[in-house]
Design a protein around this ligand. Structure first.
Ligand SMILES: [Zn+2]
Length: 424
């Protein structure tokens, strides 16, 4: 008998997502090859998985002082939210209520709403308050089973406020169980005071913001919003080239409302991921697959804004892409921290299979934020980042639409959520 620190026993299923050698699962065959170990068990030592198998086998091989009896629950890799905007000073529920009463976008802007409202409030906020807000949002994500998150700046839109936003993410993640990957999104929108002077704002990003972000090691990725009303393909390319030169990898918000060439830019620039891609054409999809750019689809944003634009997940998967799903958590178009809901929308709105949506919020999401070596699967030698759900199979995650099924969350083998509540 070998000794472990912790044995997890009696799981209705242990879903390892560990097949195949590559970082992400590409295309329908790989994304549907989900293997579940019935009556499964996991042995953990020093925070890492040391064995996975059936409960019977594991009880013959391992002993441990600490045991978790799953009693028919299901164990999966902790979820990875590959696209969030968690740094903003206040919600936009007033604008939401206006929209529900029939106000259009122009009326909301005239009443001081929209993304510029978020920027004004975020600029006025104290760093400590931003950090506290981001930490509270991370707490909620963790309670919903998310163990790693890609977190963007992008509501500061000035050098001082963008740097403060990235520092708020860093401070919030320090001593928090969640792993946060920081992305600089100074190119979210041209701020109000630069209207009519967009070139000057792109100059500011390239000449001042990016060098400060890089020298302070404040971000791993640089994202650009390539869309009508935001930035052009040419401006996006310029920003991403400057980011590459400073050691930051690219991400592109692209083709949310129409195919404006953003996905092709992401492929040309070898971006790690491309976001939204609601309107990308077939050639753009093939370019993404060839360049191994992970499309990160955001169906909760589509739902919340009235389903006018929905990504074609099936065509992306058939083109051979490794599709990921994320919440797009933000105050305007997707105020949810619940990746389980997003998985459900992946099935109902995007016509993905239960297997595909599980891969899309774990292994493929980890690849979309450069966490493929530590997150997204359960395998020997990897950190034990696990979620235990109150259901007898992984299919319940998309099936139980909007319900938080999380019973326990483990980060590096330590229980951080118990009975749906955070442990101190
Ligand atoms: Zn976004």
């Amino acid at each position: 008998m070998k000794s472990a620190d912790l044995l997890i026993l009696g799981a209705a299923q242990v879903v390892t997502l560990d097949g195949g050698g590559e970082a992400a699962c590409r295309g329908a065959d790989e994304m549907n090859a989900v293997h579940a170990i019935a009556d499964g068990a996991i042995a953990i030592r020093r925070g890492k998985v040391v064995d996975v198998g059936s409960t019977n086998e594991m009880l013959h091989r391992w002993h441990a002082l600490q045991r978790i009896h799953c009693r028919g629950r299901t164990v999966l890799p902790g979820f990875v939210d590959a696209h969030t905007h968690p740094v903003f000073a206040r919600g936009r529920e007033d604008e939401f209520a206006m929209r529900c009463r029939g106000a259009d976008y122009e009326a909301i802007l005239a009443a001081g709403g929209g993304i510029h409202a978020s920027a004004r409030a975020t600029r006025a906020a104290r760093q400590g308050d931003l950090t506290r807000l981001v930490r509270e949002r991370f707490d909620s994500m963790l309670r919903h089973g998310t163990v790693a998150v890609e977190a963007k700046s992008g509501y500061g839109l000035s050098t001082r406020s963008e740097l403060a936003s990235l520092r708020a993410i860093r401070s919030a993640a320090a001593r928090h169980p969640i792993t946060a990957v920081r992305t600089f999104l100074g190119a979210h929108v041209v701020p109000e005071e630069y209207s009519g002077r967009r070139r000057a704002y792109v100059d500011l990003i390239v000449n001042e913001m990016l060098p400060r972000v890089a020298s302070g090691r404040l971000a791993k990725f640089c994202d650009v919003f390539v869309e009508q009303g935001a930035f052009t393909v040419r401006e996006g390319g310029r920003i991403l080239r400057a980011a590459h030169a400073l050691g930051l990898r690219g991400k592109v918000h692209a083709d949310q409302f129409r195919d404006g060439g953003g996905a092709r830019l992401a492929a040309r620039m070898r971006a790690v991921s491309v976001e939204h891609v609601d309107a990308t054409d077939a050639a753009g999809m093939r370019a993404l697959a060839r360049a191994r750019v992970v499309p990160v689809l955001l169906p909760s944003a589509s739902l919340f804004t009235g389903l006018t634009h929905v990504p074609n997940a099936r065509a992306l998967i058939e083109a051979g892409c490794a599709v990921a799903l994320a919440t797009d958590f933000n105050p305007g178009t997707s105020p949810t921290e619940n990746l389980q809901l997003v998985a459900s929308l992946g099935c109902s709105l995007l016509k993905m299979t239960p297997e595909e949506v599980i891969v899309a919020i774990t292994r493929n999401a980890a690849a979309a934020c450069g966490l493929e070596d530590s997150h997204g699967r359960i395998a020997i030698g990897r950190p034990a980042h696990l979620v235990i759900i109150d259901a007898p199979s992984y299919v319940h995650i998309p099936y139980r639409m909007g319900t938080n099924l999380v019973h326990q969350v483990l980060v590096s083998g330590r229980v951080v959520v118990e009975d749906g509540r955070l442990k101190d």
